[in-house]
Design a protein around this ligand. Structure first.
Ligand code: ADP
Length: 418
């Protein structure tokens, strides 16, 4: 390292030179020197001063004076104190806290919302007050790596968060808090679904096993009529199981496709006409109650033909199941600006308003016994909702108790159709 001459070195040389010239001039004056001698001394002295002042002192030789020249090492750069850090932290959606030796030096907006403004300046262990967090923070003192800890019942009972601790230099740490409650809710929904599906399958299975055993016990004793009745029940329950398995497979396929936009051009009018024809031909009750009012020509859109057919089938067959026999089920398909709107109206008992928001939940039924008696699985409208969302459709259910129900779905038409 090389050391540069300092201003202090130059000033001290100047002061010494000036002092010597002044002494020489005074001595000359005191010793009776004439004015010319004094003037010559003053000019010579001034010249010497100029020379001394102009000459920079020799730099110190290489390797000498290192101990004096070495500045104290700069303090380590602090990420937490960098002005951009606060700006970045506030752009983070999740709570983020910076600590130095456990004292909170920075908390972003989300952290302040979660834990309160008072945490800044406080010891993080008292601010968080969770035994798992305190343990992890103490352990983080002894390690340089990141740590993760799950915090149950934090910050309120029933909630669950994860805390990640990232170690910076010195005693600085960054804590990230991640809300696990939504993930837990999704886990709960999944396990509820498995439990519900198992329950739905177990009920008809128990009936089938029961009637088979009874038939076996009867040997040849029972009359043909009874045997026939039991066999019909077995067949009905087996078909119920079959429908449930079909709907379970449908819903899992539709859910898996949820984020895949359909790209195939299809004609919605043709799909709805085919669905109505197959419902009229099927063994479903009241096939002649369907009053179809389908727009002339085609209604082109991008879609999955099988899924759109299933949507139309589920909505129309619900109207046939829950509408009063002998009353019309009106199926209307019209062009409505840039959209095609399918509406199915029945004249049934209707649905009370508090049930409406829950109808598209899996296995939600207004009247469980009624749904079972008409062969419902509780999955039909959940499938409709998913298919509608995948096709950017808008699903509306309106109902009036005692009058009937109208279910409609509006889909965007393909560009060339507008
Ligand atoms: P389900 O297989 O039981 O019919 P859905 O998911 O299709 O299941 O419908 C959920 C529930 O919504 C049904 O159980 C029924 O209570 C009610 N529902 C659906 N459509 C109608 C309708 N057109 N009229 C009256 N109630 C209906």
């Amino acid at each position: 390292m090389r050391r540069e001459a300092t201003m202090f070195d130059r000033l001290s040389s100047l002061v010494v030179a000036l002092t010597l010239v002044a002494i020489a001039v005074i001595l000359a004056a005191l010793s009776g020197g004439d004015a010319l001698t004094i003037a010559i001394l003053a000019v010579a002295g001034a010249a010497a001063v100029a020379v001394v002042h102009g000459a920079a002192p020799d730099p110190l030789p290489e390797g000498r004076g290192e101990a004096i020249a070495e500045a104290p090492p700069p303090p380590p750069l602090s990420l937490l104190r960098h002005p951009d850090f606060a700006r970045w932290a506030d752009q983070e959606r999740g709570p983020l806290i910076g600590t130095d030796d456990h004292i909170v030096t920075i908390a972003n907006d989300a952290a302040v919302r979660l834990l309160g403004r008072h945490i800044v300046g406080a010891d993080i262990r008292t601010a968080i007050r969770h035994p798992g967090a305190i343990d992890a923070l103490t352990r983080a003192d002894a390690t340089d790596g990141a740590q993760e800890v799950h915090l149950a019942d934090f910050p309120r009972p029933g909630q669950r968060w994860t805390m990640r601790i990232a170690a910076l230099s010195g005693h600085e740490r960054i804590l990230f808090l991640i809300d696990r409650s939504a993930l837990d809710a999704a886990d709960r929904m999944r396990s509820d679904f498995v439990a519900n599906a198992s329950h739905e399958l177990r009920t008809p299975l128990a009936a089938i096993l029961g009637y088979v055993e009874t038939l076996q016990d009867m040997n040849d004793d029972g009359d043909a009529g009874t045997r026939h009745r039991f066999l019909a029940i077995i067949e009905r329950e087996a078909r119920r199981m079959q429908q449930l398995v079909i709907d379970l497979l449908s819903i899992s396929r539709v859910e898996a496709d949820r984020f895949r936009r359909p790209t195939t051009p299809v004609d919605l009018a043709a799909i709805v006409r085919t669905t109505i024809a197959s419902l009229r031909d099927s063994e479903a009750e009241r096939p002649h109650d369907i009053d179809a009012r389908i727009a002339e020509g085609s209604l082109p859109m991008l879609g999955d033909a099988a899924q759109l057919g299933q949507l139309a089938h589920n909505v129309i067959s619900n109207a046939m199941k829950y509408g009063r026999p002998g009353t019309p089920v009106t199926v209307e398909l019209v062009r409505d600006g840039a959209r095609a709107r399918l509406s199915v109206t029945d004249e049934g008992d209707g649905i009370a308003p508090d049930h409406l928001p829950r109808l598209t939940e899996r296995f939600y039924r207004v009247d469980e016994a009624r749904s079972r008696s008409v062969g419902g699985t509780g999955l039909g409208l959940a499938i409709v909702k998913h298919i509608s969302e995948r096709h950017q459709g808008q699903l509306d259910i309106e109902s009036e108790v005692g009058k009937g129900t109208r279910v409609s779905v509006a889909f965007p038409l393909a560009d060339e159709a507008r």
